[in-house]
Design a protein around this ligand. Structure first.
Ligand code: NCD
Length: 484
């Protein structure tokens, strides 16, 4: 499949081969930039940057990239106050207006799933420049490009993700890419700010990786407040990576030795703006600052990366450490985004052969979809589908995951939920008195045809729709399978 006309919402929208093609083209763009060669690939094209959140690197490098390609930019740096969003306009309407003025839209928004909504409604390609705590795929392209340039490869690298892994959108996109390219990932989160379970689950079920827990005792002695670290070994190559570090159990590794073998430390700031909104109480004060002393524990003199901006999690003394690459990482944003814009606009043609895509590490699982105006909603309060303005036209939509318990994954933000009740839209014999709801883990789940399935987040929701409790509806904790 070519790139022209496509969106980039999640890093998983591109196969490994497609990502490599973008990186190759960026390399070409970079050398032309270095030679001072002008490029007119996007002459006559317009790009809109619609940023509802602050940005220096992402917007700056997108706009410079388009200028370098000979195109024009319509810039909404403070879209929250300077666009019609301030008057109450929805994302869907804004992008349907902007598509008349621009050939491509770059969107940054504080709500998870906002970029998908924009892509669903705009006729022109949409690039996600960060949607809440969800994903930041173009930062990942910059990170992969940095790894390739600085380390010569991605596969087999041992990368430690450090900091706020819960709300940091950069690490959510990055961990998928690293796992898919066969890097080994160690997560070192601030206490309480662990990599979301849904992300680890996705990596496990869709990309065959196995997250392992690090032995807590070692962690405590090593880093005080940090309480959990995972590694995501990549099954096709190795069932348990760092097997030499396994202390007896295949799911436990020793933190000190793990750090000693790390090739890259990817530091992130604590996303204060997202924590306060959802009322988190995690303490981050005691989290160790990445400085010269701590870096000495990483015996292999690792590359130090950071998506920036930094606050105080990364000491300034590391700026003179030769393997600190965070400013170069930011600079690579220009050639990467030039490559991406040119490809999505069809200004650079690159066909990634299908045959190469088939053996791809990307496994697209076709899930059943569930979409219903009433009933279950996404549990993430910051999901775009839960914001009153957007919920005027958005219908909650989920992928139904296989297995038990009944699991729905929001198509906008990837949050998962296990709704407790179900019903059928075709009640028995069509009689209203047979309009009943059941526990989702009763045998009725297998009986109801997917096209008739209705899912509820609570009993009151079911009752509000006129369904009566059946004998197979028990309170969520006491449910027994196939009960009489
Ligand atoms: C990141 C972001 O916006 O998520 N910044 C960036 O785009 N380089 C990281 C951050 O803000 O912490």
């Amino acid at each position: 499949m070519g790139f022209a006309g496509r969106d980039l919402i999640s890093i998983n929208d591109f196969t490994n081969e497609e990502i490599e093609a973008v990186l190759d083209l960026a390399e070409e763009m970079n050398s032309r930039l270095e030679k001072g060669e002008g490029m007119e690939l996007c002459k006559g094209k317009d790009m809109a940057t619609l940023f509802y959140e602050p940005s220096t690197r992402t917007r700056g490098s997108f706009e410079r990239a388009m200028h370098k390609l000979g195109g024009e930019v319509i810039s909404f740096a403070e879209a929250k106050t300077s666009s019609s969003a301030a008057k109450g306009e929805t994302i869907a309407d804004t992008v349907r207006v902007l598509e008349n003025y621009a050939d491509i839209i770059v969107l940054r928004h504080p709500w998870e799933g906002a970029a998908k909504v924009a892509a669903d409604y705009a006729q022109v390609p949409v690039i996600n420049a960060g949607d809440g705590a969800h994903e930041h795929p173009t930062q990942t392209l910059c990170d992969l490009y940095t790894l390739r340039r600085e380390k010569g490869k991605i596969k087999g690298l041992r990368v430690c993700l450090w900091g706020d892994l819960k709300y940091g959108r950069t690490v959510h996109s990055l961990i998928y890419a690293l796992a898919r390219f066969g890097a080994e990932v160690l997560c070192a989160p601030v206490q309480g700010l662990d990599m979301p379970e849904a992300v680890l689950k996705g990596i496990r079920s869709e990309y065959n990786c196995v997250p392992c827990k690090v032995k807590p005792d070692d962690l405590n002695s090593m880093m005080g407040e940090v309480d959990v670290i995972y590694i995501t070994p990549f099954k096709p190559y190795n069932l348990a990576l760092w097997p030499d570090l396994n202390a007896g159990s295949p799911t436990e590794i020793n933190i000190r030795e793990a750090l000693e073998k790390t090739d890259v430390v990817y530091v992130t700031r604590v996303q204060t703006e997202r924590r306060t909104k959802v009322g988190d109480t995690e303490s981050v004060e005691s989290y160790p600052i990445m400085n010269g002393q701590l870096l000495r524990e990483f015996k292999k003199k690792p590359l130090v990366m950071h998506p920036l901006p930094r606050v105080n999690e990364l000491a300034y003394e590391l700026d003179k450490y030769p393997r600190s690459v965070y400013f170069r990482q930011a600079a690579y944003g220009v050639p990467i985004r030039m490559a991406l814009i040119a490809l999505l606009l069809g200004a650079s043609e690159l066909e990634v052969p299908q045959s190469r895509c088939i053996g791809s590490l990307l496994r697209k699982i076709a899930y059943e979809r569930y979409k219903e105006v009433f009933g279950v909603r996404c549990p993430n309060p910051n999901c775009v589908s839960n914001h009153e303005r957007e919920s005027r036209y958005l219908v909650p939509e989920f992928k139904m995951l296989k297995g038990e318990p009944l699991t729905l994954r929001c198509v906008y933000c990837d949050y998962e939920t296990h709704p407790p009740y179900i019903a059928s839209s075709e009640w028995h014999e069509g009689k209203l008195e047979n309009k009943r709801y059941y526990s989702s883990d009763s045998f009725m789940l297998g009986r109801i045809k997917p096209k008739n399935l209705i899912i509820f987040g609570s009993e009151s929701e079911a009752q509000a729709r006129g369904f009566k409790r059946s004998q197979y509806a028990t309170s969520p904790k006491k449910v027994r399978r196939g009960g009489g």
